[in-house]
Ligand binder design. Structure first.
Ligand code: NAD
Length: 276
């Protein structure tokens, strides 16, 4: 992602939260982190393992964060230690960003019915959907009333996207989980929402077969005839995590240049990008 200037202000002043899912500077979670920091939030980060630490550490430091926790969401001990660290350092938190997903490469190509294995299905659902339930429960235990949580999803949960396969099923489970979490935490005024982002060039997106076709098709067929800008996703997260988002919960908010709203795209741009 090119260096961008995020709107500055005080919308998140006095709020502290955990960002899960930064792998590098192209991560959607990093765009969100920068936007929240530019609005005065204090941030803590998780990183998946030593290989990512050298990328995540300088990013965290650049927004003044010194709380970096190793966390693999399939490993209860690292989940325990992450939330114990937050409790010890801060006592309470105000928000959680969950931007984590994984499915084996063999699960993300070709026929869904033929290529989805039991292990592949379990692992995709565990890492990409259950991890939000687990992190959300742990976060809620130290979250101030009036806090907020956001997760990242994709249209492949609602409609068939070639090669997205089991990840689409996992995203459907993630969105449903988000609604149940919103209901459970609503009485404490804790809001839980999902952002359904259009395709963005990240490490995770690179794992999906026919990525180039996906970007070209989205650009041609979206209402705005453009790819999704991570800054827009970050702006939506700011709205949902700040007090601007009061009363909004249980919502899947699309930030995809209007791609989801189009039934049949105009012929012109599609013809140019996808010749016969
Ligand atoms: P990314 O590769 O930068 O981030 C994915 C993150 O998931 C990485 O930080 C990785 O370390 C983490 N992760 C994977 N398995 C993990 C595990 N077992 N434990 C802990 N962390 C783990 O890619 P991204 O595109 O920024 O993805 C962030 C979220 O956005 C994902 O949920 C993804 O599905 C979603 N999303 C992405 C797009 C897109 O086009 N890039 C579109 C819509 C939604």
């Amino acid at each position: 992602m090119a260096e961008q200037n995020f709107p500055t202000g005080q919308l998140m002043a006095g709020k502290r939260g955990l960002i899960m899912g930064v792998a590098n500077k192209n991560s959607i979670a990093w765009a969100i982190a920068r936007q929240l920091a530019a609005q005065g939030a204090e941030l803590a980060f998780t990183y998946q393992g030593d290989a990512l630490l050298r990328r995540v550490k300088p990013l965290a430091e650049s927004v003044g964060s010194d709380i970096l926790c190793e966390c693999d969401v399939t490993n209860d001990a690292t989940m325990d230690s992450t939330f114990a660290t937050l409790k010890e350092k801060w006592g309470t938190i105000d928000f959680l960003v969950h931007a984590i997903a994984f499915a084996g490469k063999d699960q993300l190509a070709g026929s869904f019915i033929d290529n989805t294995t039991r292990e592949g299905f379990k692992s995709a659902l565990d890492i990409s959907a259950y991890s939000f339930v687990d992190a959300g429960r742990r976060a809620s235990e130290i979250m101030n009333d009036g806090g907020a949580m956001v997760t990242l999803t994709y249209l492949g949960s609602e409609r068939v996207i070639p090669n997205y396969n089991v990840m689409g099923v996992a995203k459907a489970a993630l969105e449903a989980s988000m609604r149940y979490m919103a209901a459970d935490l609503g009485p404490r005024q804790i809001r839980v929402n999902a952002i359904s982002a259009g395709p963005i060039k990240t490490l995770a997106a690179a794992g999906i077969g026919s990525g180039r076709h996906m970007f070209r098709f989205n650009k041609a067929a979206s209402a705005m005839q453009d790819n999704t800008d991570p800054m827009g996703v970050a702006g939506a997260a700011l709205y949902l995590l700040s007090d601007l988002g009061l009363s909004c919960t249980g919502e899947t908010h699309h930030v995809d240049g209007g791609f989801h709203a189009i039934g049949m795209p105009q012929e012109g741009p599609l013809r140019e990008s996808m010749p016969d």
